[in-house]
Design a protein around this ligand. Structure first.
Ligand code: DC
Length: 227
């Protein structure tokens, strides 16, 4: 069996299936799910509420260090609390998609969030950590590293369905453009850009079901485990 304390890192672009897979994997293994994208979204929301200048790096860094963020993992799916307030739904908007991507390129923001993510992982001991730089920067020694991808068309289709299900009215082509822009922004930033770690297992989920991806990951984990 797995010994105490380990990280399973799951990185990849928007719509590749990271959140669904990470949540279900954590549940299956009975360990904690750490959604680091939600943390950058919380920073974006807090900065917007305070009307902050998005170029005020020092101010944004200070804001990050003052945020009282907490994942309530007793709920399924987990809820994200900012102080006493449940912000889980508020951070899932197209505006927060883009603003989170923007603030996440700032050094001061990344430093504060990286520290907080490591602390959360230390406290939880066993985590599935999902994001863009889990395997490359935040947890370079993660026991297992996966990078999920899918074609742009498939990722756009998945996000489009999610948004329609939430009652939004949006065109699939608009969703595709937004995802493309966000990917470019996340891949081309100088700090912790979106890319697979050298030792990550890359899984293209374009033609795979959620169960198939989970199976693939579980196989990798048990193979490494017994070898
Ligand atoms: O995974 P997500 O779509 O909720 O992430 C929102 C944004 O946050 C994403 O566009 C880039 C940023 N992010 C990041 O820079 N590093 C992470 N580990 C997770 C997310």
């Amino acid at each position: 069996m797995m010994e105490d304390g380990f990280v399973i890192a799951i990185d990849g672009p928007a719509g590749a299936g990271k959140s669904t897979i990470s949540r279900l994997l954590a549940k299956r293994l009975g360990i904690t799910y750490l959604d680091t994208g939600a943390m950058y979204r919380a920073v974006a929301l807090a900065a917007k509420r305070k009307n902050m200048d998005m170029d005020d790096r020092t101010g944004l860094g200070a804001l990050c260090r003052s945020l009282d963020l907490y994942f309530d993992t007793t709920k399924d799916p987990p809820r994200l609390l900012l102080g006493e307030e449940d912000i889980t739904g508020l951070i899932r908007t197209p505006e927060m998609d883009m603003l989170a991507s923007r603030v996440s390129a700032i050094k001061e923001v990344r430093e504060a969030m990286t520290q907080l993510q490591r602390k959360m992982a230390r406290q939880a001991k066993r985590v599935v950590a999902e994001g863009r730089d889990m395997g490359t920067v935040v947890f370079p020694d993660a026991r297992f590293k996966f990078f999920l991808t899918a074609s742009l068309a498939e990722r756009a289709k998945r996000r489009y369905r999610e948004r329609i299900d939430r009652g939004e009215r949006v065109e699939e082509s608009t969703v595709q453009q937004e995802i493309k822009l966000r990917d470019e922004q996340d891949q081309n930033r100088s700090l912790a850009p979106l890319k697979p770690a050298q030792d990550a297992v890359i899984i293209d989920t374009t033609d795979l079901s959620v169960d198939q991806v989970l199976e693939r990951i579980s196989q990798e984990i048990s193979m490494t485990n017994t070898s």
